[in-house]
Design a protein around this ligand. Sequence first.
Ligand SMILES: [Zn+2]
Length: 269
Amino acid sequence: MQVVYSPECLEYAIPGHPESPARVERIHDVLKENGFGFIGAEPAGKRDILLVHTPGHFELVKSKDYSGIETPPIDIKYPLLAAGVTIRAAERLGFALTRPPGHHAGRDSLEGFCYFNNIAIAVRKLGRRTAILDLDTHHGNGTQEIFMGDERVLYVSLHQSPLYPGTGLRSERNCHNFPLYPGTGEGTYLRTLEKALGMVGGFRPELLAVSMGFDTYKGDPLAGQQVTEQGFGKIGRMVGSLGLPAFVALEGGYSENIGELCLSFLRQL
Ligand SMILES: [Zn+2]
């Protein structure tokens, strides 16, 4: 799988913030050492952002007139670039190695380290019948809100509960949620994934979009799931066995091993 990447996403940093440039850098270095090919991307345009977000939301991100530890003010060029990288990954069926992540950003809201919803923008831009599989340990509340009731899109999420953002406790319309207790073992996780993948296959999508978080890792400092490094390889193999055209967008993952976890996943996909 080709990696879509722009080193500019490493330019901004908030000291002590878990969503750090080191996350992306670690993945980049490990994938490079292991022979993955990289291509660049242009930033998304305003028109792309408005496929998903309100004009008011675009202006807010542009103005930097917001605050909070979760979403510190940053130059709009970074969220635009992350969206652009994800669009290119969708077009090329690649891996969008970028930051900031996106799945908590709603139509008119920024939260949880997310400014624009990268995967939602890419899915809307391509306009295909798409299944979104969200494997970040946090529920993708923004993605769910954006696609709720959209018959061309299936949203399926496995996530820890209780945990931020506290949504995704039950399934609704085209959005299927699999909340998992903190400490859920890898065996249970993989069996649940099997069920989720059955739903994805049954939807008969033209495209599979994976919101990939590595914070289900047993050593992740922000959550309490138990997936091992080898487990990410199993997840990759299971997702790959669907045989669907797929792209992957990076969401969370905060351990120092994120590079190895990502390699394990992508190698088997
Ligand atoms: Zn997460």
